[in-house]
Design a protein around this ligand. Structure first.
Ligand code: SF4
Length: 480
């Protein structure tokens, strides 16, 4: 294995394109890869507390309204149902073929949406909408029509050209006609779960999805005028080899999506029951997995994709790549996003919202969800109110995850601290990483190097105050 350079947006690459590079250093990754959070929030969701409930959420919304400076809104809707279970799954879902369950859920979801809409009445418009799951397309066309109509009556939406309205689609559940319907229903971005195109790998994870079906959905999305098509892949699955990975990547590149996410499969059967059905003997070893990662990085770079960060790649002209170049990339529970500083209103079981200086998460079971809504309470189970230190570290970690650099004077301007004093212990710990060539600590900038980018989580973990209090257990996946 050798070091590999890959284009990413921000500064000039040798060939003159306006991209930076990420460097693959197998030795470093092997030595430093460990389990750690993905920092879609800070503090991370496992630090939320049950003391934070419905009334605290109301308080946060009231505070936001009193300040008068309402931010644009993001909406997240969680549809938890799936027809069948994929063995690698770590999501909160309900596997059922009983469609009645979705009808009941929809009725309650609409109730929650109405309650949230009343709280946010006459505030800003919705700039971002994301449907996740489970399988959002488990809902029928008519149910989706009903839900989208309800949303549009409840909230004011930005025009199609300005808003980012996305849906996760399981290609096994939609026809090309359905894709056109989704576009008409208001979605302008689509993200497809593929994971791997190899039939044997698909059988080993109980997700058989013929390549032709996926291609038909992608073609339909283009014909229907979706602004962005994104594909999710996973490496480290059973029966995957370098050869199957190569073939899958060739097919993905040929399909030419705007964004590609390549996730590392986190095998944690003690936490996620479906994973117990994976035959561990069929899984690639850690050295092969690193080679797979290297292959993905090289192949996607050859095809002209830029490395955004964490597991994400995008075409240079895609909004994510442009936002990163312009320093306005953001990270939230759905991954990277182009809309910074929104309040995130989340509806549905287990959904996580972020309003003002708080995070809150809904209850995780359908029964609890229905019970609380029957009592006219928003189904908040837990959450956290951020103190100054949390907000400071959140801002710093965001910058690292999205831009790979932090301006020390800018942080000192935004928060009442002297960076070098406040973070003296962290800076001492970062010295070892600086010696390893992962980052540079300058007078004014903290800059992650090309080599450090694949280990960005390790760097962020140094600034995570909660890890010092309760070190990482087995809840998180490997950093690479
Ligand atoms: S991976 Fe997605 S489609 Fe598969 S069981 Fe989990 S939530 Fe459902």
């Amino acid at each position: 294995m050798h070091a590999t350079a890959v284009p990413t947006p921000s500064q000039p690459a040798p060939h003159g394109a306006a991209y930076q590079t990420v460097e693959f250093d197998a030795g470093l990754l092997q030595r430093l890869g460990k389990s750690g959070p993905r920092y879609t929030s800070y503090p991370t969701a496992d630090r939320f507390v049950e003391d934070f409930g419905y009334r605290d959420y109301l308080h946060a919304v009231a505070g936001m309204r009193t300040r008068g400076g309402a931010r644009p809104l993001s909406l997240y809707l969680h549809i938890p149902f799936c027809d069948t279970v994929c063995y690698y799954c770590a999501c909160n879902k309900v596997v059922t073929r009983n469609r009645e369950k979705a009808a009941t859920y929809l009725a309650y979801l609409k109730r929650e949406i109405a309650m949230q809409a009343a709280l946010f009445a006459s505030t800003n418009e919705v700039e971002q909408l994301h449907f996740g799951g489970g399988t959002p397309t488990y809902l029928s066309d008519a149910q989706m029509d009903d839900l989208m109509g309800h949303l549009r009556r409840s909230f004011r939406f930005a025009p199609d050209a300005a808003g980012e309205f996305s849906i996760e689609v399981d290609p096994r559940t939609v026809s090309p006609e359905r894709v056109h319907t989704l576009r008409r229903q208001g979605f302008n971005r689509i993200s497809l779960g593929v994971q791997d195109f190899d039939p044997e790998v698909q059988r080993a994870v109980n997700r058989v999805q013929p390549e032709m079906e996926t291609r038909a959905v992608i073609d339909a999305a283009r014909a229907a005028g979706f602004r962005s098509v994104s594909i999710d892949l996973i490496y480290g699955l059973p029966k995957q080899t370098l050869e199957t990975m190569r073939q899958t990547l060739d097919k993905v590149v040929a399909a030419s999506p705007d964004r590609i996410a390549v996730y590392h499969y986190a095998h944690m059967p003690h936490l996620f029951k479906p994973q117990r059905r994976i035959n561990e003997a069929d899984m690639p070893d850690s050295e092969t997995k690193l080679l797979m990662l290297q292959l993905c990085i090289e192949r996607l770079a050859d095809a002209g994709y830029v490395y955004i960060g964490m597991d994400h790649f995008a075409r240079p002209g895609d909004d994510l790549a442009v936002a990163q170049r312009q320093g306005r990339l953001h990270r939230n529970f759905q991954g990277y996003s182009t809309h910074a500083d929104t309040d995130l209103v989340a509806c549905g079981v287990s959904a996580i919202g972020a309003v003002g200086a708080t995070y809150s998460q809904n209850v995780k079971t359908l029964d609890e969800y229905y019970d609380l809504l029957d009592q006219n309470e928003l189904p908040v189970a837990r959450g956290i109110r951020l103190g100054m230190d949390d907000a400071l570290r959140r801002s710093l970690i965001q910058k690292l995850m999205c831009q790979f650099e932090v301006s020390i004077p800018a942080l000192e301007q935004a928060f009442p601290i002297v960076f070098r004093d406040y973070f003296a212990p962290e800076l001492a710990r970062l010295r070892q990483m600086e010696d390893d060539g992962l980052l540079a600590i300058g007078e004014e900038w903290l800059t992650v190097t090309m080599k450090g980018r694949l280990l960005i989580r390790n760097i962020c973990m140094v600034f995570d105050r909660y890890l010092a209090v309760r070190p990482e257990g087995p809840r998180h996946s490997q950093t690479v």
